[in-house]
Design a protein around this ligand. Structure first.
Ligand code: FA5
Length: 354
């Protein structure tokens, strides 16, 4: 009886595996699905299967029958497992489904977004290209600065009111140590560079500056300046004006006129506020220049002899000019941006426009 039951179960199993293989469809090459195989295995050899029930009932048989039927049951179970194992093997070896995996080459591809430069970097690179082509070197200095380089060497003594013109972020210091500050102007690099280099020299210093500002559309706590410094034996205000004019015309790709207005910076003598003709209206007067035709860019002047002396040069041997222009201000004009705070806001909607 048991013998027939086992043989019937085997026949039934073989019929079923044939059926689920056919259901896999011709595209599958007559292979059942993984799930169907799993179900079949459970049905025939799982803990609650009829087959296991038969094996359990062997204990009630005579030793002779137990041996005979037990052997048959075990062999049949192993055959079932072997068949299932082979089917699984076939599935994993032939899992490529041409129908499912065919590629439609006419579907438009997904565009990968490559990174791009922040407008500050674009402007900085433009500036560097123009000055390198004019024979200038690009210099650099630390953003955390000593009082000496940020102020003293620039002819701004300890209690001079000029220090108040630039509200500065100071870092904590241990007792007896100097309080360092975040550089408030790229002019701090002037003495650093001159200590190590003798005239004639021509440098620009594009870099970050920090000030404790009540921010508004034209003032941020973090911003870029680019300093220019030139020193030699025959340098005059005419050189300053000409160089600046050449630069701005190249930068804005249009004729730009510059205007110097007398102003005060302790590190230059004479000192100027530096304006350029409005790049939006060409100087006729518009909203961007508030009708005046001029835009203020930064400070400039002839290097004060005290600065040369601080850097170790002899007094009155050399002349030089220097300026410190706002880099964001140039970017704002070039790209028609109306709020300086956008540059460092981290707002991707803004940045992605460039
Ligand atoms: C200076 O910083 C001088 N060191 C410039 C200088 C250099 C004069 C060499 C003479 C010789 P001032 O504080 O005006 O000057 O700043 C120069 C320019 O930096 C400003 O005209 C403006 O374009 C930019 N700037 C200054 N403060 C800010 C700010 N908070 N946010 C954005 N731009 C600023």
């Amino acid at each position: 009886m048991l013998k027939e039951k086992i043989e019937n179960l085997k026949k039934q199993f073989l019929a079923e595996i044939e059926k689920i293989s056919a259901q896999g469809g011709s595209a599958s090459g007559g292979r059942p699905s993984d799930e169907a195989l799993f179900e079949l295995e459970k049905k025939y050899t799982g803990r609650k299967s009829e087959f296991i029930g038969i094996l359990k009932s062997l204990k009630d048989l005579s030793p002779e029958e137990k041996k005979q039927i037990g052997e048959l049951a075990n062999n049949t179970k192993n055959q079932i497992w072997e068949i299932i194992k082979n089917k699984r093997q076939e599935i994993s070896e032939n899992s490529f489904d041409a129908e499912k995996e065919k590629i439609d080459v006419t579907i438009p591809g997904k565009k990968k977004s490559a990174g791009h430069f922040n407008p500050i970097s674009l402007v900085r690179r433009d500036i560097e290209d123009i000055f390198v082509s004019m024979g200038y070197e690009i210099a650099d200095g630390p953003e955390v600065e000593t009082g000496w380089y940020n102020f003293d060497a620039l002819n701004i003594p300890k209690d001079h009111p000029a220090r108040d013109m630039q509200d500065t972020f100071f870092l904590d210091a241990k007792d007896g140590e100097e309080k360092l500050s975040m550089r408030s102007q790229t002019s701090a690099v002037q003495a650093r560079y001159m200590e190590k280099n003798k005239p004639p020299l021509r440098i620009i210093v594009p870099g970050k500056c920090y000030r404790r500002e009540a921010t508004d559309t034209t003032h941020d706590h973090t911003f870029y300046q680019f300093e220019a410094l030139i020193a030699g034996e025959n340098v005059n205000v005419g050189n300053l004006k000409f160089t600046a004019q050449e630069f701005f015309s190249a930068f804005f790709k249009q004729d730009v006129t510059v205007r110097l207005r007398p102003s005060y910076f302790p590190f230059v003598e004479p000192g100027f506020e530096f304006d350029i003709s409005c790049t939006v209206c060409g100087g006729k007067g518009c909203r961007a220049c508030k009708g005046g035709g001029w835009l203020e860019i930064g400070g400039a002047g002839m290097v004060n002899q005290n600065v040369f002396v601080s850097a170790g040069y002899p007094r009155n041997k050399y002349q030089g000019f220097a300026w410190g222009f706002g880099l964001e201000r140039l970017a704002m004009m070039k790209y028609k941006i109306d709020d300086v705070r956008l540059f460092h806001s981290g707002d991707l909607r803004f940045i992605k426009q460039f």
